[in-house]
Design a protein around this ligand. Sequence first.
Ligand code: OGA
Ligand code: MN
Length: 283
Amino acid sequence: MSISIRPFDGNFGAEVIGFDFETNGNEDTFQLLRDAWVEHAVICIRHQKIEPEFFLKLAKIFGEPIPQLINHKAFALPSHPVISVLSSGHVDTLGSGKPINRGGSWHSDHSNTPQPPSGTILHALQLPSQGGNTRFTNQTLAYENLSSDMKKKIEGLKAKHVYQSKYSTRKMPTRSKVDEAISPTSFHPIARTHPVTGRKAIYLNPVRTETIEGMNETDAQVLLDELLAHSAQDEFQYSHEWKSDDVLLWDNRQTMHMAAADSHLYDRERRMHRLMIKGDTPF
Ligand code: OGA
Ligand code: MN
């Protein structure tokens, strides 16, 4: 039996039904999955009641999993340390001791690294009965709907991505001194070309983009804010309502995402396993 790929009703994204390593875990299916990921920007592979070993195998269809950058024992799965555990119960143990607001505002993963992950993949293990959606913007659609003046204005501009921009409204968890010492800063094009489709997308990360090369910080923030407001319009968004055993994979090269900041609605722990896929230098 082959898989079926059904685009969601909204602006983008698709669900994959019927994937199973035993019945259709072959190269043809893997290629369909890779194509769907790039075409739809976010794909949800349903009904994956799988062990961590198979989650890792599933991620490897899309590329090479990268080691977790956050050097924090609580976030690594002991049996498979490349997998990180994402739990609503985690607190900032190295700092305030308060719950961590992980992913709770628009961002693109690890964009301060020279080669940010092409994709991030989550496996839903336990979900609260209310709240906990993950929201996405489609930055290709957002780019294509910019005015031609704005397209000209951002052509060739590079944003400076730091670990945490001083303008970020969300604070990252406290890190160890070792992690702090190795945190890179990178300059990436704002109009980013997707290496597979050749289409351009607006590459933004309000948590990390502090300024734009050759511009003063105030003007840079005004422009970045304008691009963010444009990108976050409803017509470019998809909000994922999780079901148990969902595996959700997104393309960081053409989306932003955020955890809906509504953990006050949770009636139980929200727990996921997480992997990131090695990416290329943005151009
Ligand atoms: C992430 C992230 C959002 C969520 O894992 O990178 O931002 O909804 N997660 O958990
Ligand atoms: Mn994230």
